[in-house]
Ligand binder design. Sequence first.
Ligand SMILES: Cc1cc2nc3c(=O)[nH]c(=O)nc-3n(C[C@H](O)[C@H](O)[C@H](O)COP(=O)(O)O)c2cc1C
Length: 378
Amino acid sequence: MNSNFTPLFEELALRSGIQLKNRVVMAPMTNWSSNEDGTVSEEELKYYERRSSGVGMVITACTYVTRNGKGFAGEFGGDTDEMIPSLRSLAATIKGQGAKALLQIFHGGRMCPPELIPGGDLVSASDIPSDQNGNLVPRSLADEEVEAIVRDFGEATRRAIEAGFDGVEIHGANGYLLQQFFSPHTNRRNDRWGGDFDKRLRFPLAVVDEVKRVVAAHAKQPFAVGYRFSPEEPEENGITMDDTLKLVNVLADKQLDYLHVSLMEYKSKPRVGADDSKSRLEWILDTVADRTPVIGVGSVHTPEEAVEVLQTGSALVALGRELIMEPDWVQKIVEGQVNEINTTLSKQDQQRLVIPDPLWQGIMNAPGWFPVVDGDQK
Ligand SMILES: Cc1cc2nc3c(=O)[nH]c(=O)nc-3n(C[C@H](O)[C@H](O)[C@H](O)COP(=O)(O)O)c2cc1C
């Protein structure tokens, strides 16, 4: 192996005691391929199995913690104890290939397609519709409902522990319910869950505290807790980089195993709330100041790019689309076959890459997300 790439292969011990064999993480990616009843499908297990032997840690697609948080068709559930065998099969599949398995726990809030949730009862922090959801007006959650969802995140964590996962990632990013409470655009409340910055932070922090309480009460082995957030929102009065740095400053003292920024491009610069002398990732790393490991992500395709993310100060680097296109990304680096790494896919690749039908259709129908080319791949 080229010695320039050795930083990718350093071990890392997380705060909880989880030991990672290297610095490469599979980013959480929804694949729309679970069964109607919320269980993980065989196709999905094969897809994860194919991608879990090189990376140190796999973060699963998001799973709903309660039925009215189901955000995607073909999303698997973590909402009832009946789902534990299904969750166990997913954890065992990932761990069987040598990676640590983390379950991403989630509530979609106003972004849920109404046909997927009981009674179409769309909920959020406040009654602000989302452009992506046909402008349907969500219902503002009552105080006791907010508390119930906090407990739902705890219950999903308990199920993850019982199913044998090595940890959970709290999905506070990409415009879903936690972010809807944090954002001044979507949170217009005047009770204890909204108003000023501290109150908007209360729901995400209540989820963190509840998840950590459940881990302390139930986990008999090391169990990691991470938190994912998005740095900025495009909407008027949305989250700015300044808000995010304040959030990150609080989270960095929460004794979490890691913080995970959600970015499509690791070099991207702030739009509002911080100057563009540094990338968003650099701003976040400077704020965290080594208090907690940070995962960098976004359009990392080559090992050189991955090393650059680590050299910026990220403890870990996550790959999403690249691991769909190249399941052997880590192995090819180890074996000195860097020139053989595929950074595109072709229309003939579905079987070779072990990609379930719904994800494959998603890839084919989203030009620009994936570089689809003609001809054979390496
Ligand atoms: C098909 C697809 C599904 C995704 N689903 C999720 C998800 O469930 N949870 C999440 O936090 N991010 C999700 N993401 C975002 C990725 O985790 C990642 O941040 C993004 O793709 C940028 O990384 P990449 O350039 O390496 O793909 C998804 C991305 C893709 C392409």
